[in-house]
Write a protein that binds this ligand. Sequence first.
Ligand code: NZQ
Ligand code: ZN
Length: 387
Amino acid sequence: MINFEFKNPTKIIFGKGEIAKISNEIPVDERVLMVYGGGSIKGNGVYNQVKAALKDYDLYEFGGVPANPEFDILVNALQLIKEKKITYLLAVGGGSVIDGVKFLSAAAYYDGDPWEILKKPVRIFEGEGMPFGTVLTLPATGSEMNSSYVISRREINEKRSSGGPGMFPRFSILDPEVVRTIPKNQIANGIADAYTHVLEQYMTAPSSADLQERIAESILISLQETAPKLMAEEFDYGAAANFMWCCTMALNGLIQKGVITDWAVHAMGHELTAYYGIDHARTLAIVAPSHYRYNFEAKKQKLAQYAQRVWGITQGTTDEKAERAIIKMENFFHSLDIHTKLSDYVADYQETATRVKNAFTDRKWTGIGEYKTLTPQDAYEIVKMCY
Ligand code: NZQ
Ligand code: ZN
């Protein structure tokens, strides 16, 4: 097991009706900016619950953060933060709203051009940002209990990640009741995103970190078993609660400790969102199978372990199990009605591999993946296999 340090300071408040507890977490003299998305919270009662919980506060609002949070919109929120002398941020939404608030938290205390925060490949914000909490409305990204965020700038077709130890939410409220109103395509996205988060931290080389591997496998199995209940018509609170906690546990730092991690699927996937606006989770389902096929030799031991422990495939050689594992993974995405080829989403896709290669070359991303050995040319080959 590789040496590691682990600190996750986010307080989780989990369960039905818990949104009312926000006021226990934010000191009453704070000037609070509540940030939300396109309005789903107004249709499902979450907005009213938050307003009721914060009725004694100096409360301001900023709505309209879009999916794949947009830099050009967030700078308007930044202006409001300065004008109203905001001291505390509250994200009420999915990963996009939470990520937007993390960016605002960092930018609020940054004197230069806010794009600078995202300009370098991964610009780590080491200091404390403006304090913020979250009310999660869409299980998927794990952003509610991690310190990363991803911001898009459509004007220049960029989607950039950042983060750092100062970017953990102070608290996050996870009420599984919010799952009731999530459209099925977004539930499918959430399952696929969390599933791929686990794969990025697991599908590398065999390790001696038995506990992390077993936890990772448990999250995968739980997501597989919960998926049909979540995709069924009737709302199932137990399934929603498991889904929510799986998504948080998939990317709160725990399973990546002591092991090597990949993240090349996300790096390539972000490009597909930047060029074509494809939902984040769907880009991962497009890239992952090709990535595992392209890197088959390096990953086949772990693919075979996944086949055996997660899918119960006990017959065959290591190669055979590993090949079947990738097919199982693809079938799982298909069971969520998620297509796994770029041509299923975009008609004009022929230049994509070249665009990815050029973008990675320009940013000097010369080595990605768990061994930092995948070059822009490898990314080109992988993306071509996704067509
Ligand atoms: O905007 P509203 O009206 O709220 O509607 C949203 C949005 O249209 C809707 N929604 C959310 N909760 C709902 C609901 N609709 C009905 N009922 C509810 N309870 O769902 C739509 C999608 O929301 P969004 O926040 O965009 O989805 P998600 O949580 O999947 O976030 C995706 C973003 O997170 C980034 C992605 O790149 C993408 O930008 N990621 C962040 C990560 C992190 N911070 O650690 C890791 C991930 O790998 C990912 O990259
Ligand atoms: Zn993701």
